[in-house]
Design a protein around this ligand. Structure first.
Ligand SMILES: [Fe+2]
Length: 313
């Protein structure tokens, strides 16, 4: 499970004190021990019972200007600090099934019941309320290719909750959790690893019953733009797509370039020819995803070509 880090009680600190420590050049969130060493400071920030409400009031007085600029999450998150390339700090709200926001919107917007890993490490502390529940698992990222349906050796560890003052380090590409609703509204505070390479590292959704990868959660701007380029970009875009398909250092982007060329092809057979190239790739993710996409394209051929779709199809 995520690594629990026991911390002694200490005097509460301000958010600025934590930021000062994290801004030290020696802090490297990619180093597990270095990240874990920040746990006592995060625990002491959690002992400060006023700072979060004070920050919320300050944001409201400023019409949430900083949240508009820096917060790419939903209203579940308050961005507390984002100034470094290496990390940011946020507060997360975890509603319970009894809260009106869940009764009106359901559980899905809060990422409950979605077993997943993370393509970044983060340190978290329970700040308010009883804490969200998690079923914790671990897996061996090095043994995984990363395609949906791939068997993964998920190992169940335990079910526990992020209680107030409890500090945990979620390790990138190792810890998996199935997050379950808090018994009543809870808040956690996170120090998140940040890096320009994260969009190229995949985060997975898992089926914990069948122990398989259920989907890839990472969606980068590159993948979205490849789709536009394939349909609108002409010869220049085609060159770029071919280059990405052949040489991009991220295997997920390699496949995305192939897929978008296939989708933009003038007919199904041309699309299948493009994907067939992918099935021969020495990159296992590209080969398997291309095979899956060929099956999807074949299955949808009648619909794509405007023929009546047979019953049961
Ligand atoms: Fe998570």
């Amino acid at each position: 499970m995520a690594r629990m880090i026991p911390c002694e009680d200490g005097d509460p600190i301000e958010l600025a004190d934590l930021i000062e420590a994290l801004n030290d050049d020696a802090f490297d969130p990619g180093d597990e021990e270095g990240f874990a060493a920040m746990a006592p400071l995060l625990r002491r920030l959690a002992g400060n019972r006023d700072f979060l409400a004070g920050l919320a009031v300050a944001e409201l007085k400023d019409r949430c200007a900083r949240q508009s600029l820096e917060n790419r999450y939903s209203a579940q998150v308050i961005m507390l600090h984002r100034a470094s390339e290496k990390y940011f700090i946020r507060a997360n709200f975890w509603p319970s099934p009894q809260d009106s926001v869940v009764r009106n919107s359901g559980l899905a917007p809060f990422f409950y019941h979605v077993p997943h890993d993370h393509n970044f490490s983060f340190l978290t502390v329970g700040y308010l309320g009883p804490g969200y529940w998690s079923e914790y698992y671990e897996y061996d990222y090095e043994k995984v290719v990363g395609f949906p349906g791939e068997p993964v050796g998920l190992r169940y560890v335990e079910t526990s909750r992020l209680e107030p003052g409890k500090v945990m380090l979620y390790r990138a590409h190792r810890d998996v959790h199935n997050q379950l609703p808090a018994d009543s509204l809870s808040v956690s505070i996170n120090i998140m690893e940040a890096s320009n390479r994260l969009p190229f590292l995949s985060q997975y959704r898992f089926d914990v019953k069948s122990c398989q990868i259920a989907g890839i959660l990472t969606r980068s701007a590159t993948e979205a733009l490849l789709a536009l380029a394939a349909h609108q970009g002409g010869g220049n875009a085609r060159d770029l797509l071919e280059r990405f398909a052949a040489h991009h250092p991220c295997d997920r982007i390699q496949f995305a370039a192939l897929r978008e060329m296939a989708i933009a092809a003038p007919d199904v057979d041309t699309g299948l020819d493009i994907l067939a190239r992918g099935t021969g790739s020495p990159v296992r993710l590209v080969a398997e995803m291309s095979r899956q996409e060929m099956n999807r394209l074949q299955a949808g051929r009648d619909w794509i070509e405007g023929r009546p779709v047979s019953a049961g199809a």
